[in-house]
Write a protein that binds this ligand. Sequence first.
Ligand code: UN1
Length: 475
Amino acid sequence: MFKNYIAGEWVEAEGTENINPSDTSDVVGVYSRATRENVLDAISAAKAAFASWSRSGPLQRHSVLRKAADEIMARKDELGSLLAREEGKTLPEAIGEVVRASQIFDFFAGESLRLSGEIIPSVRPGIGVEITREPVGVIGIITPWNFPIAIPAWKIAPAICYGNAIVFKPADLVPASSWAIVDILQRAGLPAGVLNLVMGKGSVVGQAILESPDVAAVTFTGSTQTGKHVAAASIEHNRRFQLEMGGKNPMVVLDDANLSIAVEAATNSAFFSTGQRCTASSRLIVTEGIHDRFVEAMTQRLSSLVVDNALKPGTHIGPVVDESQLQQDLDYIEVGQKEGARLHFGGRRLERETNGFYLEPALFTEASNDMRIAREEIFGPVAAVIRVKDYEEALAVSNDTPYGLSAGIATQSLKFATHFKQNAEAGMVMVNLPTAGVDFHVPFGGRKRSSYGPREQGRYAAEFFTTVKTSYSLA
Ligand code: UN1
């Protein structure tokens, strides 16, 4: 039984099985689900630990973050295989995600040695002004199932770096990778109470975090619907909050695109990681001069992809994460056909040697941007080709969405690429690259319904994880 970690102790609660979506007979482990009391204990422990951790020096923070980065990297194959087993992304994708988690800890280890402020002359003679950044307090961290180690890393590492205390609730579906990072961080020397792990359900654990007046900030990645709930509950306590939610990211392909670059970018965006990324593209917006060649080349590329057990060498696309997500994907595939789009490739549930949630990548053609499959986030290996006349129409269609996380374009024209970078209504723009798969040291986040609050990652993370103080003194 894997336990919760509260006030520096491993605390047991009733457990739930963590099931491998590639092979439902494989139980990854039994993980304790925290009770409301456990969460309240975790919050009190964090509050108590904050008093001293907020005053800890850069060297202590650096040492913890650095050791965690090293251990994660040294164990990348083992942790990658654990992650692939619990979430279902392929082993190379999972190892890549573990490496990224290590790099994030490494980055914030460096940042902890670069904490700084500003000294500014006052407009009044004889007065000095100092601008400093202070930790915020107890931070609630709520993470989704699709990046079981990278997203926890990019919230936990800056929280520690800037001197905050943490109550961490990973997704109920994938607790194993989170449990592993907490274990690593406590052995790396994090004092008791600074990081508390409370696994379990949103309705119990998440809710207890949101209702606590002692939680000063919440950073959340997950569904748009839950994000709204986090926002409303946080306003109630005048708490700061940061949300990363859905996407309906466009990938524009123009007549002058290099076809193989366009096909690789679209395939990666729409189908790798089983399409289960908020940065995935499910709208392929293609101008008419290249449309038929693009669809033909995509069909060939998709036929070559192997959908199978995430741990099997040679698998390109692992299973969907669970039965209910698979059902949602299949429902959307039906909706798309009913709305009049043509299911051009795939879309059937597959049987494999091991019993899992396998779905053939699905490509729709003849879709229009007002269909539900083009407006709502599906979160699976399902994409729709929308035919447009020219660049102007492509840009208009790509911006015609409630979301604004990432937007991609495949073109060889500097003029169109530049115009798209300037006019795409998204937090991240990709030229001749997939919409998903971002660097770990630069800002991450979106506009419109995709995000709320300051950016995550890189030096911009300080905006959320610190609060600014302006001090005046008479010289
Ligand atoms: C990526 O595309 O590299 O939940 C990262 C998500 C995002 C992370 C995407 N927050 O899918």
